[in-house]
Design a protein around this ligand. Structure first.
Ligand code: 13P
Length: 248
């Protein structure tokens, strides 16, 4: 399977720093890696249109960090999949742990967002992951299994069109990466859950996210069920993000 490397810029950046970052990415000539790895960036909503024009004609795809369950209407503050498609987005991250925890997003809401994304032609990147307390009490599979099952139940066979990102909460922004073996074990479990629902689910890309850096990317991406990465901090430095894309 072709690898996928996605940069989640979170709430970082400015017009000036985005321009510099994109210039760096374009200069890194990621087109050379395109046959083996697709690359995408997910800037904050307000910068999507700017970034879309800056990336036009490049090999780098665009994604949003969230999407509404709704299409149009009186939903103050929301952004719909139709709007995101119109400005050129290909992906929409849904259910990032920061949204699950700071915005109380439930498993069902995340599944509904994934459904809305697909309905509007976006590929949802569905994030799942356990907290440190959940890992330490042996709840990892219960938690990520429950998060993924909500998406499977809501999407039916359409789940074959999503991307799943395993992001252990304890590894996000902490510098504590899951070891390749730890990540692979959870990915294999997620693959099993998907396959139990749909025999042909081996085509669903499973990304790992959580303190991926240029020096650990290659060993993570070499694992059997790790099909790429969802990158936070390192996606804000062109040289680091390009190195991670090359590692894929
Ligand atoms: P870091 O790479 O900064 O740990 O963030 C991971 C993440 O949350 C990507 O969505």
């Amino acid at each position: 399977m072709k690898k996928l490397v996605v940069g989640n810029w979170k709430m970082h950046g400015s017009r000036a720093s985005n321009a510099e970052l994109i210039q760096g990415l374009l200069a890194a000539d990621l087109a050379a890696t395109a046959p083996r790895a697709e690359v995408a960036v997910c800037p904050p909503f307000v910068y999507l249109a700017d970034v879309a024009s800056a990336l036009q004609g490049s090999a780098i795809a665009l994604g949003s960090q969230d999407v509404s369950t709704q299409t149009q209407g009186a939903y103050t503050g929301e952004v719909s999949g139709v709007m995101l498609r119109e400005i050129g987005a290909r992906y929409a991250i849904v259910g990032h742990s920061e949204r699950r925890s700071y915005h109380a997003e439930s498993d069902q809401l995340v599944a509904d967002k994934a459904k809305a994304a697909l309905a509007h032609g976006l590929i949802p990147i569905v994030c799942v992951g356990e907290t440190l307390a959940e890992r330490e009490s042996d709840q990892t599979e219960t938690v990520v299994g429950r998060q993924l099952q909500a998406v499977i139940d809501t999407l039916g066979a359409e789940v074959l069109k999503v991307v799943v990102a395993y992001e252990p909460v304890w590894a996000i922004g902490t510098g504590k990466t899951a070891s390749p073996e730890q990540a692979q074990a959870v990915h294999a479990f997620l693959r099993g859950v998907l396959k139990a629902a749909h025999a042909d689910a081996s085509s669903v890309p499973l990304l790992y996210g959580g303190s991926v850096k240029p020096d650990n990317a290659a060993t993570l991406f070499a694992q059997a069920d790790i099909d790429g990465g969802l990158i936070g901090g390192a996606a804000l430095k062109a040289a680091d993000f390009a190195a991670i894309a090359r590692a894929a």
